[in-house]
Ligand binder design. Sequence first.
Ligand code: ADP
Ligand code: MG
Length: 289
Amino acid sequence: SVPAAIASALSAGARHGILLKGGAVIEAAARTTDVAFDKTGTLTRGRPQVTDIVVIKGHEDDLVSRAAAVERGSSHPLAVAILDHANRVGLDIQVAKDAHAMPGKGASAQVNGVRLTVGSPRYAGDCGVMDDDALAKAQKMETDGKTVVALFSDQVCYGLIALRDEPREDAFGAVAALKKLGIHPIMLTGDNARTAAAIAGQLDIDHRAELMPQGKVDALRGLTKKSQVMMVGDGINDAPALATAQVGVAMGSGTDVALETADVAILRNRVADVVGTIRLSRATLRNIR
Ligand code: ADP
Ligand code: MG
């Protein structure tokens, strides 16, 4: 019977750490034509490492410790990586006040009486503090697939910090498997166009870059007009995007994956389980019909 087939699919999924929110989700997932992925933490490991420090004004230790001070209040993967780096090097991290996040752009706080921002070179450029030389250095590192952030005040850019986040081991196979199923995979990211192109090139996946959080929602809205879209993200920062796609998939490890924000929760933090979700859903519908 239909209810029995659905119940058995739900429990088969659950055995593999794939929680589906009901029969309607199975039906919607089976019809998927496009899978949109968030980049950071979904297609990449989400654990960037500091690779380069470019001082423009002042001293290197000061650059890193002030950047870490600004980032202390933020849970963004870039913030975590900069704090880790400062701690590993053994720097004293200064006290910051009035910290706030600017999603898709950076973070800002008051350090020793000066308002400082750690953000994308593009945002630093919009703020009028990036000269051509600094911009060229940033762009060169971005072309290598690194993400670059600048530390700047409203007057001057103090320097650049480059970070590298590797694609996940299983992302390559998952992207290839989706294509074999006739599904179009696409990466959506707020990262800059050069870094995004380098990572998308490694994974051989279509992509859209420099999307602010609302830009991801708009991009998805466009996709859903023509396609049946599954959106895969971490479910914390991506709730609006997950809600916009026909099927929202939250991927993470264990308890931090909230099924409230998504139609599907992947508990074992494996991109391959996205393919598993679609295969299971298709097989279930085939049994019912
Ligand atoms: P993604 O789509 O890769 O998850 P985000 O939208 O989170 O990217 O961030 C986009 C860009 O905004 C980052 O690449 C970075 O340049 C900048 N940014 C966002 N938050 C921060 C932060 N806390 N510190 C530094 N840069 C940040
Ligand atoms: Mg993100």
